[in-house]
Design a protein around this ligand. Structure first.
Ligand code: CA
Length: 626
């Protein structure tokens, strides 16, 4: 069995020793150490279930199941003798939830038995509503948010130990920490939580971010258990908060459990020497692209620590699709955020997204598609016209273009002929015709991979307020990044650890507790109060969630747009100047339609709109029109 490791000799020696120990252990005790998924459900739309069974030299065994409604369609060997892939068909008419034995027999050898369970699905599981433009998503990194359980800070099985002094070390945050602050998130006005990955990352360093997964069916013990995760989702739902799970299909971690015994050589992409992806996203849609460039983009490794998984291996891809569905059904999820989306095989991802939305028609999935222009991002959204003719089936994409605009536009002053200042926002929104569904764009000023907004604007509260006003009133699904709402800052150029600092108050002994009004500094309260008021106002504003949008060419760096439906109309005016600006309101007559006053949502102040409107410097007005 060939497996190329592009690592140093010390690492290889360690792996060889652990592999040798594994072989010695397994040969002494023939056993089954994994069946994945560990359980499943009756009543799924797709009647087939693929079981991955892993155990010492089980490949020649016959699989037997005696349970009404189950038929074994096929049993496949892998390249490694320690795997069997068993495909079952569950007869929807006759099958009932229950437990049964799976027996693996072989002449002259003791029979191996696995107890398996088919459960009943959650009530109305299929009807679940995903997150949408009626939500505001709160993105957090669990290791950096709050440490609710210090007993899990160091876990014997995990080599990367607690080190709060190291910006790339584990800081101890966990599921209990998030659980303890659900009220904080709720009162802020967010309605959904996207946590960066919580699954096990068993490498020796830099694991806190969670994107090098070693076990796709197990919550990292430093965050909690699988049961803790389910309890976290249940508690969040009770508070009206939806949960979006961050998933990674492009790569696993170098110490993923299967890396010492790959089922197939092509379970991951292997190259003669270590080959990194070229990070050239646009090769996928490029009609002129060379095949080698396309191949290196999708099949090259993201990092030496992150083997590139092969979505074209049908056993792997069924495994992964089932894994996603298992988490949705088991943990009762409301959405998925899929990492490094274009780095995956496009056709496989289309199949994955379809399999999920076939099973959950109202579910939402957002793909991380960090491309350079709106055309290329839009080409990944479901039903888009793209050079690749097939449908991606992906409901939501991320508006990285607006994000880059927001980091720049408030530090510039737009001349009419330049793409600067408010013209950036206008010019990006102009491209909305490219998106099949503009309400399903995740919009944000920053996330865990970008520069911190408050750093970029040198801690300007005024600029923060303008950016938040834009995000909470334009089209799409707003996402905010933990800590921004209290003015948290951090410099990406100093490393990712700096934009992922610990939330103040999340650790016992923190000098500031920004989770409470009393604990926050006066400045933190100014950030928080503005954010909470704006987000809570947005919660029930259908006109913002799904209303139409008309915008006007910015004049003198003032951007004006309207959101409207049959019953409501909102006028948003953003003045990006360091001086007050007065605009003539007759220019907006087609939108104002004889409305003469508007009340600012944030200050409660009513403005006369009959002839002129004066907007204070560096201010956004959100006017409810009467
Ligand atoms: Ca902890």
């Amino acid at each position: 069995m060939k497996f190329v490791l592009y690592l140093n000799s010390n690492f290889i020696m360690k792996k060889l020793i652990s592999l040798l120990l594994l072989v010695l252990t397994l040969s002494a005790y023939a056993q089954i150490d994994r069946v994945e998924p560990a359980f499943w459900w009756v009543g799924m739309k797709n009647p087939q279930l693929q079981l991955l069974i892993h155990g010492t030299e089980i490949c020649n065994r016959k699989v037997e199941i005696a349970y009404p409604g189950i038929k074994i369609l096929k049993t496949n060997r892998a390249c490694s003798p320690n795997y069997l892939f068993v495909t079952l068909e569950l007869d929807s008419k006759t099958i009932k939830a229950g437990k049964f034995d799976i027996q693996l027999t072989q002449p002259d050898k003791p029979t191996l038995t696995v107890n398996y369970e088919l459960k009943n699905r959650r009530k109305d599981s299929r009807k679940r509503e995903g997150f949408s433009s009626s939500d505001v998503v709160y993105l957090l990194m669990p290791d950096r948010f709050a440490n609710g359980d210090t007993t899990n800070d160091n876990v014997a099985s995990q080599p990367d130990k607690l080190n709060r002094q190291n910006p790339s070390g584990r800081h101890g945050g966990d599921l209990m920490g998030i659980m303890e602050h659900l009220d904080y998130i709720k009162e802020l006005g967010a309605t959904a939580i996207w946590s960066t990955p919580l699954l096990e990352n068993n490498y020796s360093r830099g694991t806190y971010h969670g994107y090098a997964i070693s076990d796709y069916y197990k919550i990292d013990p430093r965050f909690g258990s699988n049961d803790d995760y389910i309890n976290f989702v249940t508690a969040s739902h009770q508070k009206g908060l939806k949960i979006i799970m961050d998933m990674v299909s492009n790569h696993c971690g170098i110490w993923a459990w299967w890396m010492s015994d790959l089922p197939f050589e092509d379970w991951i992409h292997q190259w003669p020497t270590y080959t990194q992806t070229n990070f050239k996203f646009n090769t996928i849609n490029d009609i002129h692209a060379a095949n080698i460039d396309k191949k290196q983009f999708t099949d090259g490794w993201f990092d030496r620590m992150m083997p590139d998984m092969n979505q074209q291996n049908p056993y792997f891809w069924t495994y992964f699709i089932q894994n996603s569905i298992w988490w949705i059904e088991n943990a009762d999820l409301d959405g998925i955020r899929m990492d490094t989306y274009p780095f995956n095989d496009r056709e496989a991802m289309a199949k994955w997204a379809k399999a999920i939305t076939d099973e959950y028609p109202h579910f939402n999935i957002v793909g991380e598609i960090s491309l350079e222009n709106s055309q290329e991002i839009a080409a990944w959204q479901k039903d888009a016209v793209s050079p690749i003719k097939s449908n991606s089936n992906l409901p939501s994409v991320m508006d990285f273009i607006l994000q880059r605009d927001l980091l720049k536009c408030f530090n510039e002053h737009g001349k009419p002929w330049e793409n600067t200042g408010m013209n950036r926002l206008y010019n990006t929104i102009v491209n909305d015709y490219l998106y099949p569904n503009i309400n399903d764009l995740l919009i944000f000023a920053e996330n865990h991979d970008t520069q911190r907004f408050n750093y970029q604007t040198k801690g300007s509260l005024a600029k923060y307020k303008m950016a938040m006003s834009l995000l909470m009133t334009t089209r799409g699904i707003p996402q905010i990044y933990y800590g921004s709402e209290i003015g948290m800052t951090g410099d990406k150029d100093k490393g990712d650890g700096d934009i992922r600092r610990d939330f103040p108050g999340g650790w016992a002994g923190d000098s500031i507790n920004a989770f409470t009004e009393k604990g926050r500094t006066p400045m933190q309260n100014e950030y928080y109060d503005f954010t909470a008021k704006l987000l809570n106002w947005r919660k029930n504003k259908t006109v913002i969630h799904t209303g139409l949008l008309t915008h006007y060419v910015p004049e003198n760096d003032v951007y004006v747009y309207f959101r409207y439906n049959d019953t409501e109309k909102i006028m948003v005016v953003i003045n990006n100047n360091e001086t007050d600006q007065t605009i003539k309101t007759d220019h907006f007559a087609e939108s104002l339609e004889n409305v003469t006053t508007g009340t600012d949502v944030m200050t409660g102040k009513t403005f006369d709109l009959k002839s002129e409107l004066t907007i204070p410097k560096q201010t956004a007005l959100i006017l409810e029109l009467h």
